[in-house]
Ligand binder design. Sequence first.
Ligand code: NAP
Length: 256
Amino acid sequence: MILKGKKALVVGVANKRSIAWGIAQSFAREGAELCLTYQNERLEKNVKELAETLPGTRVEACDVMVDGQVGALAGRLKEWGGLDILVHAVAFARTEDLAGDFRNVPLEGWHTALDVSAYSLIALARAMAPLMEGRAGGGSVMSLTFLGAVRAVPNYNIMGVAKAALEASTRYLAADLGPKNIRVNAISAGPVRTLSAAGVTGFARMLEEVENRAPLRRNIDQGQVGDTASFLASDLSRGVTGQVIYVDSGYHIVGI
Ligand code: NAP
C-alpha cells in the first residue's frame, strides 16, 4: 500500500483499455483515493461505470481544451482536501495528420496536436500545483509519452512533435515546481492497443516490431505502466524528477 493516504487525479480514462485506467487500478490497489475525469457527456457513463468498480472514486467533468474547466476542477478538488498526485494521460491529433508525408502537416493540425497533447500538461500542473504545496511527501505529476518524441516513427508524425514538447515541458515544469517539492516525470510507454492508438496508421506493425525485437520479446500492457506510475507517485521515487522512464520491454535501447 505505497499510496495510502494520498489523493490522485487521473485525467484520460476513456474506457477499460485506456492506459489511464491501468494507472487508476494500480493506484487503487496501492491505497490511493481517486478522482477520475471524463472529457464530455459521450464518455461520462463509461467512466462512471468504471469508477464504480473502485469504491470511493470520485468522478468529475474536465475537457482540458475548454476555458475555465481546469480551474473549476481545481476548485472542486480543493474542497476534496487537496491533491498529492496528478496523472496527465491525454492526447489528440487529427487522423489526417497521423499518416503520410510529415512535411504536409498544416498549422491547424500542429495546433490541435500540441495544444491538446502538450500544453494541457502545463495548464493542469499550474492549476493543481497549489493543491500539492505543503503536502507530506510533496506532489507528483506525471504524463504519458512515446518513443516517437525522440525517434522518427513512421506515421506518428505530428504526435511525435507533440510528445517532444511534452517531454521538454516535463523538464521545465520539474525545474519550476521542484522548489515546492513537486516532482514532474513522464512514462514513455511501448505501444498498447487503445482507442487513441487505433488512430495511428500501421499500429499493428509497431506491436509486431516490439514483440520481435525488444529485449524482453513481448509487448507491454496497461498494468505495467500502472505499476511504474505507482512508483513515480509514491515516496519510493522521492529523489526522481524531470525524468522520462521507459516502460517498453526495453525496445528503445535496441540498435540494428
Ligand atoms: P485513450 O484510452 O484513447 O486515452 C486518451 C484520452 O485522452 C481519452 O480519454 C481522450 O478522450 C482524452 N482526451 C483527448 N482530448 C481531450 C480533451 N480535450 N480533454 C480531456 N481529455 C481528452 O488512449 P491511451 O493510449 O490510453 O492514451 C493515454 C496517453 O498515453 C496519451 O497521452 C497517449 O499519447 C499515451 N501513450 C499511448 C500509447 C499507446 O500505444 N496507446 C503509447 C505511449 C503513450 P476522448 O476519447 O474523448 O478523446
